[in-house]
Design a protein around this ligand. Sequence first.
Ligand SMILES: [Zn+2]
Length: 847
Amino acid sequence: MHKPTLWVFLTLLISPVALAQEDYYFPGEKFDPAIPAPSQYLGYEIGEWHTRYDLIVKYFEKLDELSELAQLQTIGYTHEHRPKVILTLTSAANMANLEQIRLKQIQLADPSQSKPDVNAMPSIIHLGYGVHGNEPSSAEAAMLTAYWILASQSDLARTLREEAVIHIDPTLNPDGRDRHSLWANSNKGFPPVADPMDREHNEAWPGGRTNHYWFDLNRDWLPLAHPESRAKVEWYHQWYPNVTTDFHEMGTNSTYFFEPTKPYGSENPVVPRKNYDDINPRFAKYFAKYMDEIGSLYWTKEVFDNSYPGYGSTYPDIHGGLGLVFETASSRGHVQSSQRGDITFAFTIRNHVVNSLATMEAALDNRVYMHDYLREFFESAKAEGEKDAAKSYVFGDEFDESRNRLFVNYLLDHKIKVYENSVDLTLSGQSFKKGKSWTVPTNQSQYRMVRTMFEYEKEFADSVFYDASAWTVAAAYGMPFSAAPGAKIGNGTEEVSAPSFTFPEGKAYAYLIDWSDYYAPKLLHELQKAGIHIEAVHRPFSSQTHEGKVDFAAGTLMIPMGFQKLKPEESIAKIKELAAKTNQRVYAVTTGLNLSGIDLGSNLVSAIRQPKVLMMVGNGINAGEAGEIWNLLDQQYGLPLTKVNSDQFGRVNLFDYNTLILPSGNYNTLSENQLSHLKDWLNRGGTVISIKTASVWLNQKGITKEAAVELEAEPTDPDSLPFAVRNDFEGAKEVGGSIYLAELDLTHPIAYGYRRKTLPVYRNSSIFIRPSQDKYLTPVRYAAEPHLGGYISKTNLEKVSQSAGVVISPIGQGSVIHFFDNPNFRGAWFGTNRLFMNAIFHGDNMN
Ligand SMILES: [Zn+2]
């Protein structure tokens, strides 16, 4: 409703500065006085403070309340329970017809339906801001942009309201935003201090870029590991926007970046060239025009990777729209000195405001063109999919119902069509069981996402990657899969619900639980927490169970009923309840005498230690990797984790724990006393799980003895090269992120639960370690020809093929378990999580 409240008039009267400020962001524009500018609503100038997220939401609620042209909705919640909101802005006529408009847009994106009349369809514009919490100008720009769309009396704004539906997501990462805003506001000086050394400009670890679990949400559009991204992608598929923005900040001494990104090498291989060659330049003209008007410097094309589908500016490119990344120089704080003088927060905000306006004007001028492109995109996707020699992909793991379910539901979240298999299949030497395997046909409008899930890319036009160069998601899930040209398609899969198993009734001598299912460690943890005594059987065996003869693999869980502290009926009730809760199948046996293999009281059966886990975090430690571990233990397994700051390590008594995790990082701040405490604890049975550079440090300190293979210069290096090519040439030697085939020692506890000898692993470091001199202690090593996908130089590939994935270093009664690749990468590597969970539960059985 357009009902100016008394409050608005009062604010107008008492804040003359607000008018001056609107002149800075929107010189000469006239606004509807019934709509309060952000400064009027908040009581301070935009740029004067970092606006708390709840106030941003409150301002949007106010717009929704005051105007029938604005509608606010909550699409989900963050980990810290902040609402994820979208503000929709359009004319009253469009608003009354919003659901029809949305359905037309979906119809346009679906080649199986007739093409609607695009001339009559408004442009769908999605303005996304603030995926990185410590790049705060964008959310302030979101408020100003919303205000302008709603209140500006200009012809452009009026046309826009009539011919477009604009969705504003003010902050893709509210938890990180507030973490950073609190820092910047609470360290602000009066007067503000521009000195880059001031505390205001140097956030404490881990900073506000990431979300609650220290994940970069601008990598999560593909893996969907977090509720923020799941809500956003679900929303995306309800609208198929023609244009989607993603606003960022970069270094204080830089200027402004807009697309096009670096040609060819940094582009995604499945995106039609038209996106890069035609659409991007069309839009770039508008950004340049707006930036020229305010005299702000900018650049294009030189760098910025646009290939990884988990970026907010790439995912839309794989869905028939245009995704746009913008980067402004950062004031990081309220004002910071730079080579061009002081950069104010307001300056960075204005850069994003004008590019928001430029995006909308470009979208409006290309409204029909972008609608036609959306249609073409999905038509050509389907046509290419029909010609693809693979025809379809079959996948499924007969031993892991939970991982199957996670992967199927994940594909469905990306709107990929999946069909359950109704027959057993054998494809490229792998068997796929009916009911436990699925088919994804290539002939579907999401064909380009199908490629993203199942294809390995090995050929690249460039060799420097800002980030991952491989993302075959089926490999990340550890899914056996194969192209299947002749596969028949059954009924479409809506979603896969958890299996329900009948708990064995009657007297049991022991219960047995297979360790292959993804959530078996969750059940183990819950049982231990409930006081159930539980053991692991370290060799394969066969038993006569209540379901007949069953072959069990090494690592099977065994609950001996004669050794429980709880009363039998209480134990049984607990086991039944927790098995149902975690969807695990429990077998009962009435004897310890097995049909074959070892018996249940063998010396090769041992009690499982209840993990008490400590992880080092803080300055110098890789927050992303630490966050992946924290997220895994919390979100998948409910296992408590004590995170201790490295500067508090001196206060820790390691003997209160049995497992210490050292993520990649610099541990040189540890004192000699702390080191000897660590050695003492290890000698007396402690387990260290150490990742990449943490392992290098342990070697340097003489705690372990694994020798890092020296990184030699590329043999093809000429003696002299032009200075200007240095970044590109040296960058090509990095392992940005790619996928390799590893071989497992299935008899080693690190590999319990795996049934196949080979496993795809993710590597994003150039630390290469020789296998252990003890021939039993390299349970994960790379295959002779390990390269599955992603960029790697020839020399580095040779080193990979000679190196180890996991090495165990025995230290007295304890051990260090070294990981040289990342088993928990981006919360997406479900296939290798088990290696890590085995290190947690079986750390005392590793040597
Ligand atoms: Zn950013």
